[in-house]
Ligand binder design. Sequence first.
Ligand code: CAA
Length: 390
Amino acid sequence: MSVGIDDISFYSSGMYLPLTSLAAHNGENPDKYRIGLGQDRMSVPAQDEDIVTLAANAAHPLITEANRDQISTVLFATESGIDQSKAAGVYVHRLLKLGSNCRVVELKQACYSATAALQLACGMVARKPNDQVLVIASDIARYGLGTPGEATQGCGAVACIIKRDPRLLDVHPESGCYSEDVMDFWRPNYMDTALVDGKYSTMIYLKALRQSWKNYREDGGLAFDQFARFCYHLPFTKMAEKAHRKLAVTNGVSMPEELLERQIGAGLLYSRQIGNSYSAALYIGIASLLEHDGEDLSGQHIGLFSYGSGCVGEFFSGTVRPGYREYSRREDHLAMLEARQELDYQAYTTHFGRSCPQDGGTHDFAEEAAGRYRLAGVHDHKRVYTEVGE
Ligand code: CAA
């Protein structure tokens, strides 16, 4: 039985900062961000947006009357958790009006946890083939003003339906993991912004890639030259180029620019516009590949590398299903990104600088979010979510 991704949808906030504006303010050459990091824009969340509203907006298009009651589980991956106890997915479960006979849980391991969620979901469907699992990854990447990581900030959420005989991507059972206790990137509970040892984090990412690949091959995975395309975790798109070159060298394969572009280029387009979306980034990359690659990838194998600082890496793979293009959400995704409002540097600092009130009072937020779902306020330490028109 084949199990994998049947449908995929993502969402990002309705505002963005062009990185040329950030470069001008920071006194940097804009090419450092555009070419050196491979980023053009960063999505900026409004005060009435958080991981729950981003997630609900991403998942809403996937829920139909036909599948609403078949979704047995919601797995919510994030490293921007809003509560130490309650899973963010429980709010999403209500906003999407899913059935009450549905388990909901939150998973954390930095940017990696969506892949753990995907693997768990595949196992659940293999055990109960009529079930469908909704996997959501949602994050807001914040490093702080003036930090080296600032240009790689962003936000976004992705939602996937995992089921048997999927329409988009069969996920193979072979995989290779690599875990090591390192401090390359972390966010203590008392901080709003991440701490990161930037250069070290890129080295550990590449080490985790090499080791995960070795373990993937030992698990019976495909050889490098059997893959048509590759998608990598995308903290910034240049990282995927570094990763792909490293994997090619590991396999004794030369990687001219044209081959590099063909093998990873289409998967980078959305990330250049959104910035880092942590746990969602690899899966927004998969959507980008399936929606933008000029060739028909039906039947082709895709190599996938997931990385979460701290760290856990996993190399796994899938095969694109024949006819996948019929189920593309490309036009909706492009329209959503096109409709975003451009911010100047001053407005960006205002939006990104606001944190959620912690005093237990009654706080109602101005209507700024562009999506269907918004965080209307916080009352007595309780987040209040609404749907447009409610
Ligand atoms: N034109 C073209 N390129 C230029 C340039 C110019 N004018 N000026 C600089 N560059 C290039 C540099 O040569 C460099 O490229 P290489 O890495 O290929 O040499 C690139 O632009 C970046 O320049 P710096 O190395 O000087 O940049 P920096 O030190 O200020 O910051 C960073 C880079 C450390 C990655 C920083 O952005 C950062 O800390 N980011 C957050 C951490 C991160 O994303 N880590 C990735 C791995 S961890 C992970 O993947 C998990 C996760 O999601 C966080």
